[in-house]
Design a protein around this ligand. Structure first.
Ligand code: UD1
Length: 346
């Protein structure tokens, strides 16, 4: 069994990826500091796969612990690196936290992989690197635009750090996956998204409004130059995103990669407006959503959806779920976790 390290493996995308890796027969070691996740997620992973991954609670900013970990697990065949901070607003308030968490840690891990020699590395990047792209759909060769936030900057600089490192380490192979908007939950509803505090992202805000936890959704702007005036994004089911990581890892493990640093978009190729996401929610839940049109949110791009040809053809992966499938799973997950909240503890 090939042993794979998943950093941030108890987070939203990380946990779904651990499930897919275990389903494909990999042995998984998770490192997570539980800053934006919970140990209970392990129970969900076990419920789905019947297998308990190795879990090490660790803060990767502690360089000595990172070195000790890699010495202990010298048989690792790949690293999928999710552990990072991801709140845009927080990154503006506290940029050094983001540079330390998202870039300092990346450097520590790459130093260990460089020492190892042969190593395979998958990086969580984001479509945020494209900013407002000039052409839709967005291909991987679209220019990287100046970042709108320290968070966005960490993804751009993170990619550059990996690229520069790969250039001088031919035995190191890396793939950066640029996610569009991952949403939804595992169809078993054993794992899903667990936003802390008021969600900043659209879908958790919608489901929390639907369940009555939030009064009303604010739609940030309806005067954009799009068909219905609201912004357009490429919402992709988190299970599809997770499966793409397994495909990317297999590509590196089998040596099919054409260069030792590659980049792929992970999206569905279909753009949906904010109002279309609301309609999808109303369709799958049978509930009316309380929303109002509010002013634009600073930093939002008008539209972003992926050209998926490269991932489809080169990676041999394609998003399988529709927007309704993803929204339905997010709604079922919301209902499950809120029901659990209301049940008296025994
Ligand atoms: C956001 C981040 C992006 C990051 C991604 C990670 C910003 C500006 N962008 O992307 O850098 O990579 O999350 O998950 O924060 N919306 C509403 N009302 C809400 C929330 C969202 O109308 O309460 C709208 C937004 O204006 C946007 C769409 O819904 O048009 C999607 O928003 P969101 O889920 O925050 O994703 P992004 O903005 O694409």
């Amino acid at each position: 069994m090939k042993k794979i390290l998943v950093t941030g493996g108890l987070g939203f995308i990380g946990s779904h990826t651990v499930v897919e890796l275990q389903n494909e027969g990999f042995e998984v070691v998770i490192i997570d500091n539980l800053s934006n996740s919970s140990e209970e997620v392990l129970g969900g992973i076990v419920a789905i796969t019947g297998k308990k991954p190795i879990f090490e609670k660790m803060d990767l900013r502690d360089k000595a612990s990172v070195t000790a970990f890699f010495a202990k697990h010298s048989d690792l065949e790949g690293v999928i690196h999710f552990a990072a901070s991801k709140a845009v607003g927080e990154s503006v308030e506290n940029p050094l936290l983001y540079y330390e968490n998202n870039l300092g840690v990346l450097v520590y891990i790459l130093q260990e992989l460089q020492k190892k020699g042969n190593a395979n590395f998958i990086f969580s990047s984001s479509c945020t690197v494209y900013g407002q792209a000039d052409e839709m759909p967005i291909t991987e060769s679209a220019p990287v635009k100046a970042a709108e936030s320290p968070y966005g900057n960490t993804k751009q600089v993170g990619e550059e750090i990996i690229k520069d490192t790969c250039k001088v380490n031919p035995q190191l192979a890396a793939i950066a996956l640029r996610y569009f908007n991952p949403v939804g939950a595992h169809p078993t509803v054993e794992i899903g998204e667990l936003p802390i505090g008021v969600p900043q992202n659209l879908l958790p805000f919608i489901t929390q409004t639907g369940i009555g936890l939030r009064e009303q959704l604010s739609v940030f702007g309806d005067d954009y130059p799009t068909e219905d005036g609201t912004c357009i994004r490429d919402y992709i089911h988190v299970v599809d995103v997770a499966k793409a990581h397994v495909s990317a890892l297999q590509r590196l493990l089998t040596g099919e990669n054409q260069s030792n640093y590659e980049v792929f978009n992970l999206g569905t190729g279909k753009g949906s407006s904010v109002l279309e996401v609301i309609q999808s929610f109303e369709r799958v839940s049978g509930e009316k959503l309380n929303y109002r049109i509010a002013p634009r949110r600073e930093g939002d791009v008008i539209q972003a959806y992926a050209d998926t040809q490269k991932a489809n053809e080169v990676l041999g992966w394609k998003a399988a779920s529709s927007l309704d499938d993803a929204v339905k799973s997010a709604w079922e997950w919301e209902q499950k976790i809120r029901k659990a909240d209301k049940e008296p503890s025994v």
